[in-house]
Design a protein around this ligand. Structure first.
Ligand code: ARG
Length: 265
């Protein structure tokens, strides 16, 4: 009799253990997505920059608003540019948020969210430089961030294998090279260049815009192909644009009012 009781007690204990194992299992897989890891290259002020060990900027604020609206938990990580691209492609990262231009070429390997910012390339040069337009770049030492649309635009102007083209891993490194005189011009995104010029008056830089040579670009959240999160993220972007949150964030980092209609069309 005693041993039957013991047996039953043991069976009870085992089933409790099994049940709790099931429950905790369900918690880790059942919470579904878990925490998304989102990469960036955080030397791209005012979109993403490091403040201590925190990534701040327009993208950081916008991403936070998007993810809250979408009900997704996430971690924003300064992976660097190339590791971000590799990570989103092999899905060790679930997204990239780094002022990333939506391009047809990238669309072959990735998905993008709806566009959230309009941009174009611009040339940054020391004050007094004779450069007037993008065509004057050929023959000059030009700095770009490797694998960006600025890199692509510069290649078209100075030639793909030109030794005059210096490629850097981060956005900050290109501006540093310009300031040090390692390059004579930098091709980069307009809002980043404007922010740099404004915040570094001693660098004595001017910007050359050239609508004929530099196309309009739009930033999107970079996602793995067929990402299960795209729909929620797009819906969240739309809500944020409609309810004023986007404009609020925009005004914290930029002057004027955003042209939301241009993004939606
Ligand atoms: N918009 C450009 C591109 O997508 C440059 C982005 C660079 N971003 C950065 N966080 N460094 O190619």
């Amino acid at each position: 009799m005693k041993s039957v009781k013991k047996l039953m007690a043991a069976a009870g204990l085992i089933s409790i253990l099994l049940l709790s194992a099931c429950i905790s299992n369900e918690e880790s897989s059942g919470s579904g997505e878990g925490k998304l890891t989102i990469g960036t290259e955080a030397t791209f002020a005012p979109f993403e920059l490091m403040e201590g060990d925190k990534i701040v900027g327009f993208d950081a604020d916008l991403l936070d608003a998007i993810m809250k609206e979408a009900g997704l938990d996430y971690e924003y990580k300064n992976t660097g540019w190339d590791p971000m691209l590799v990570g989103v492609e092999d899905e060790t990262l679930q997204a990239g948020m780094a002022g990333i231009t939506i391009t047809d070429e990238r669309k072959e390997s990735y998905d993008f969210s709806a566009p959230y910012f309009e941009a174009t390339q611009v040339i940054a040069v020391p004050e007094g430089s004779d450069i007037q337009s993008a065509e004057d770049l050929s023959g000059l030492k030009v700095g770009v961030q490797n694998g960006t649309t600025g890199d692509e635009a510069a290649q078209k102007l100075v030639g793909k294998n030109s030794s005059d083209l210096s490629k850097y891993d981060s956005s900050a490194a290109t501006m540093m090279a310009l300031q040090n005189g390692d390059v004579e011009a930098v091709v980069t995104d307009i809002a980043v260049a404007q922010h740099y010029v404004k915040n570094n008056p001693d660098a004595n830089l001017t910007l050359i815009e050239d609508e004929d040579n530099f196309e309009k670009e739009y930033y999107g959240v970079l996602l793995p192909k067929d990402s299960e999160h795209k729909e929620k993220i797009d819906e969240a972007i739309q809500t944020i644009m409609e309810n004023g949150t986007y404009e609020e964030i925009y005004q914290e980092w930029f002057e004027g009012t955003p042209d939301i209609e241009a993004l939606e069309s």
